[in-house]
Design a protein around this ligand. Structure first.
Ligand SMILES: [Zn+2]
Length: 196
């Protein structure tokens, strides 16, 4: 029995593709004719009279170094379903853990409160495989012998970290649109480039 579905290879790349398409400045063509596109393509109903709100929203990410910020972009797909080896709560569930940018390297079980990673349930096993590009991808995991399940919190935590940085990228884009300050665009581009 596996405690999780090993990830769909390429979902990160697919996401990046969507972003690139959404932001592409190249003229679009349909039925042999160019389609007029007004930028920004996505209308977000921004309040241009309140730039401080948008700048405040990116204070956290702008306070990071480039390296720290980009560390939130996963280098491999996340693992969806991971249950708690301590209480077995939320088995096969996707929302069994709390995550916060204040403690970005930890997952907290919503059922028993145990924080992972910890020494009681060490990820001392490793599983490797190849992705669609032929690259070797590895995940460490704890083997729950009670129910013969592989539990990879290190793989699961990629999901909230990825969600956070994707949201920050959107906020950076909005801050740039409203203020015109290039430092916000630069950070957004760094994130998109890393994802691509
Ligand atoms: Zn638990």
């Amino acid at each position: 029995m596996l405690s999780c579905d090993w990830p769909q290879v390429g979902c990160t790349l697919a996401f990046a593709g969507v972003i690139v398409l959404a932001l592409s400045s190249a003229p679009a063509w349909g039925a042999g004719q160019a389609i007029g596109i007004k930028h920004p393509v996505l209308q977000r109903n921004l309040d241009y009279d309140d730039p401080e709100r948008y700048e405040k929203a990116v204070t956290r990410v702008m306070g990071m170094s480039d390296e720290e910020m980009l560390s939130f972009v996963p280098d491999k797909p996340y693992i969806c379903f991971v249950h708690c080896p301590n209480c077995h709560g939320g088995s096969q569930g996707f929302q069994g853990y709390e995550w916060s940018i204040d403690r970005p390297d930890e997952l907290k079980c919503k059922y028993c409160g145990m924080v992972f990673p910890n020494d009681q349930y060490p990820e001392d096993q490793i599983e490797s495989g190849q992705n669609a590009l032929g690259e070797t991808v590895s995940y460490t995991y704890y083997h729950d012998q009670e129910i013969d399940a592989r539990i990879s919190h290190s793989g699961h935590i990629l999901y909230p970290r990825r969600s956070w940085i994707v949201y920050q990228c959107r906020l950076l884009g909005e801050a740039y649109q409203v203020t015109g300050k290039p430092e916000y665009a630069r950070r957004a581009v760094l994130i998109l480039d890393r994802i691509a």
